[in-house]
Design a binder for this molecule. Sequence first.
Ligand code: A2P
Length: 338
Amino acid sequence: TLYNVAIVGATGAVGVVMREILEQRKFPVGELYLLASERSAGEEVSFAGKTIQVQDLKDFDFNKVDIGLFSAGGSISREYAPKAAACGCVVIDNTSEFRYDEDIPLVVPEVNPDAIAQYTSRGIIANPNCSTIQMVVALKPIADRIGIERINVCTYQAVSGSGKEAVDELARQTTQLLSGQSPTIEVYPHQIAFNVLPHIDVFQENGYTKEEMKMVWETQKIMGDKSIRVNPTAVRVPVFYGHSEAVHIETKQSFEVSDVRMWLQEAPGVEVLDEPKENQYAQPTVHAAGQDPVFVSRIRRDISHDRGLNLWVVSDNVRKGAALNSVQIAELLIRDYL
Ligand code: A2P
């Protein structure tokens, strides 16, 4: 069987990679519809040896679509995802618009694949935040065996998470600074080239940013454990592709580090890269960019806590953090439900 697929936000940082991954993984696509704003309507793009014209989302009829991969921002999803679902198109939404609704499944295939079944309630499945996805893929094998009480996490997030304009901004500012000009600032509130910003998404009443609170809410929902405590600091760094995370956890039961290493080596979606004597540990630009796995390095006991464990977790935020996870959800959807 072939499925008609639409990518909403097809010209964006995530949308372009969604198209590449559909092709790479040989997803059984009948027709592919590439949708964006009127600014890009008419642009031509190649897919599986064919040329496809980008269409304006505004005028598009979702009746002919089986699966819609949405990544054009929350306000676009708010308006168009329910419309598409009403036409019988199953929406896999990469924005935060529906993630916290009780009746919307929030899915990471390696962690809670069975939650997909709930898609029938509104015809929408939410794809989690990039930082949350890579963290829960790495923590799931540990949580299943010995339980996790608390997570302390600091992120080092790439600019591609803010879209293609942010990728351009880092490149432009770098060039400007290296040629003795002052950087022009458009996307972030401050210079990002050669700098670090402890600020992702908007600040909330409680002093945390929305990005940080996403990691709290989404981890609890995906792990199906409201008691798991998460203490996040989310930081933007001048890296193009690949988020890194220093993850510090406190487990419920005691453990041997060698066991944890083995569980991680066997875990789906995880690649352990941890040879400190040979200076081997995952780096976003060198290992993760353009690749599928969630890399785990620096596996070691917390020297300040008996049931504490430290991990360094790195993955391509545009792939596993967004486009790949969405396509993996689509693969389970067609295998088990459609
Ligand atoms: P366009 O290229 O036509 O602006 P990114 O996350 O990299 O910023 O990309 C955002 C994606 O969402 C792009 O494909 C962009 O299309 C699309 N988009 C933004 N605004 C709209 C809109 N009003 N209608 C449809 N697509 C939109």
